[in-house]
Design a binder for this molecule. Sequence first.
Ligand SMILES: CN1c2c(nc(N)[nH]c2=O)NC[C@@H]1CNc1ccc(C(=O)N[C@@H](CCC(=O)N[C@@H](CCC(=O)N[C@@H](CCC(=O)O)C(=O)O)C(=O)O)C(=O)O)cc1
Ligand SMILES: N[C@@H](CCS)C(=O)O
Ligand SMILES: [Zn+2]
Length: 766
Amino acid sequence: MVQSAVLGFPRMGVNRDLKKATEAYWSGKLSQTELLAEAKRLRLAHWKIQKDAGVDIIPSNDFALYDQVLSHIQDFGAVPERYTKDGLDTVDQYFAMGRGHQKGGIDVPSLEMVKWFDSNYHYVKPTLQDGQVFKLTATPKAVAEFNEAKEAGVVTRPVLVGPVSFLHLGKADRGQTVDPIDLLDSLLPVYEQLLVQLKEAGAETVQIDEPVLVFDLPAKTKAAFKPAYEKFASLGDKIPKLVFTTYFGDIVHNLDLLPKDIYAIHIDLVRNPEQLDTVLGALGPKTILSAGVVDGRNIWKTNLKRAIEIVEGAIQKLGKDRVIVATSSSLLHTPHTLASEKKLDAEIADWFSFASEKVVEIAVIAKAVTEGPAAVREQLEANAKSIQARATSPRTNDPKVKERQSKIVPADYNRKSEFPARIDAQQKKLNLPLFPTTTIGSFPQTKEIRLSRNKLTKGEITAQEYDSFIEQEIRDNVKIQEELGIDVFVHGEPERNDMVQYFGERLDGYAFTTHAWVQSYGSRCVRPPIIVGDISRPAPMTVKESKYAVSVSSKPMKGMLTGPVTCLRWSFPRDDIHQSVQAEQLALALRDEVVDLEKAGVDVIQVDEPALREGLPLRSGTERDAYLKWAVNAFRLSTTGVEDSTQIHSHFCYSEFQDFFHAIAALDADVLSIENSKSDAKLLSVFVDSAYPRHIGPGVYDIHSPRVPSEQEIKDRIEEMLQYLKPEQLWINPDCGLKTRQWKETKEALANMIAATKYFRAKYAK
Ligand SMILES: CN1c2c(nc(N)[nH]c2=O)NC[C@@H]1CNc1ccc(C(=O)N[C@@H](CCC(=O)N[C@@H](CCC(=O)N[C@@H](CCC(=O)O)C(=O)O)C(=O)O)C(=O)O)cc1
Ligand SMILES: N[C@@H](CCS)C(=O)O
Ligand SMILES: [Zn+2]
């Protein structure tokens, strides 16, 4: 019999219940007991969905109150001393690491949070000490959740992040020099104890995630697999059987690192179906293949016929008992259920499958290959009909868009003049001081703003009432910036639900949802719009608000757009045409918007590309070069239609830009703002080494945490930056937009930022 397996299920719940509960807990409206009860309710509900769908292997420990890697950090006792010294209880210590804690005389910033591979999910980085000691907690979450499921009648397969991935994804704490992978020997006993406990609790198998295997790994990390998995093999029946799990890429280049004679190996056959034969050839004589054929990263209905063919290929080689049908990765990256979407056009809705529908697909595929297609004939026929309907639908194709794409010429990718001429023209217009201050675009999205938008959606207020409300918000934002003394203003983006969804809702070729939330980090969720057809801009998208903002502002006002690559990456993209084609269509739409903003009197325009880095293929090599070529071209196409005197900014909220710095430079943006406050200022040396000529604003404080940075902290940060950047190229700004913050902390933090800037202005005054 071919078993079906799910690698992980979204945690938020059908109505973002976990988000609501954690945020209520943080604001003191829910007790810890109530929060934990809600978390339990969600876990039980999610196990039930999978059980009812007929899934054979259901995961546990895929749940986390904030982030699954953070849960491992805590359970392994890898909690830096600054979070243990004040006696916070376990739950508050956990959240303190995730989002910082500034209450009751305790003031501790969060740990660094970074992208989970090439997804829009963020994990908390294990932050390790020289001589780090690991100690398994008395009540490991993996064991507790396994027992909880068992009591509810579901025998699950616990999910663990494997030891090599845990260390490889970590870093040395500030001031420490340890290479995390050197800590393997100290970490393995903790895994051993945990696996033994899981076995004693009744777990027959464990999903051990080693996704770093898809990377090009340093020799030391490669060398860590053998001792780690030999150690586990030596434990024999004392521990559960291990399903060594990889996803988001192929593992062909690392086949020699696969543990010999391991129970099972999972590979992602959605992303890399071509790896199947090679991996099959490398499996040990008894090893099971877990075939990831249902996409954990996108929302398209699975082509069941194609998935079954792939699985049959594996069965031919291995036999039915050595194949598991699985999701390609955890379903964390997909929304909870399509059933909540009441407003989607029926034709289009029939093309989609969210997490709750995907678990059914998995069970259907397993049944088809176990019992034969006749056993699921109805499902297969309905599926074939949907797949065919999408492939032939005229809604995916717009000849006018294709025609415009065919007319793009090389000059469309270039500004009129080089940077020196441009910056002169811009400075004449803008007259900015040394160390210009700005913010990244969004200001706090208050409850009032969200409720007002909600009322508009429900028809409880008119569009005119909503517009006046937004204008009032913009006026308030301008006043606050005037009082703070900021140099380049933003309108604050109050009219936007999200920086990608907002544009998706205004572009032809997109479908958007009402409930299709996906966790991005902690309690924060996004509703990625879905690219269903060729994209074009029926009308200006941001000009009305920006024009109004300019009219009420005493200082230069930045227009704010989301770049083509970010719109693409943070949407659910089409899988029937190449992403470069979709990016180009988005770029053309944005180019028109940029030009319209300029015409409306907006002299500074920021085109955010925070997802540029995340789109970089995970392995180095030709694929990366090809990606960067089209991604950079898309950005340039969207921004080069303006005069020299219009200043183009771009923003990146990640600090790992060293390996593709040449691409950032090639964007030719006049000013870059980049996340930097949580990383070593040394990273900025790439700007020096490459004699980067244009302007840069490395973020001076972290915006993900409610914690207010002191003036001194910001001064220290600027001082460090000035070791690498010339004063005349340095801008002062936060790491990213402020939409997730409250006004009180925002004003305090920005006031400290301005005070720190004034100190340096005085210091450098001629
Ligand atoms: C900058 N980042 C972004 C990423 N991806 C994006 N797509 N957008 C980003 O900004 N990736 C990297 C980073 C960090 N990631 C995030 C992700 C999400 C948020 C965030 O703040 N999310 C909000 C939801 C935003 C939104 O869509 N809001 C809507 C709906 C608001 C709502 O919940 N309304 C209620 C009714 C009103 C009420 O009762 O409050 C409802 O519908 O029930 C809107 O504003 O209209 C979040 O809260 O999770 C930030 C960074
Ligand atoms: N302009 C956006 C960028 C976020 S990456 C904002 O400020 O929220
Ligand atoms: Zn950002």
